[in-house]
Design a protein around this ligand. Structure first.
Ligand SMILES: [Zn+2]
Length: 99
């Protein structure tokens, strides 16, 4: 269930970024602030939600750190959507987290 929420939050992030650009275009500052708050809340929830049962790593936190250092947030979103195995120990995350 947590893994499903984790995948759903990736979609929320993409839609939120599109909404942020739209609200910046029409200069609706209240909506811009609201979408920025939703963005950071969903990103934080996504980072703390999934934990590898084998090695204890939080895969989203590791991916976020790597792609933030390389300044490529689009690849973070694609990695979270396509995440199947733990990036550190290669443990299959779907096996125990879908229950
Ligand atoms: Zn692991």
């Amino acid at each position: 269930m947590r893994f499903t929420i984790y995948k759903f939050l990736s979609i929320v992030l993409v839609i939120d970024i599109i909404a942020l650009v739209w609200f910046l275009t029409i200069l609706n500052w209240v909506a811009v602030i609201a979408t920025i708050i939703v963005f950071f809340l969903s990103l934080t929830l996504q980072v703390i939600l999934v934990k590898c049962p084998n090695c204890g790593t939080r895969p989203a936190f590791l991916l976020l750190a790597v792609w933030t250092l390389l300044l490529d947030f689009e690849l973070y979103i694609s990695d979270t959507v396509l995440l199947r195995n733990c990036p550190r120990c290669d443990y299959e995350l779907d096996r125990n987290l879908i229950k």
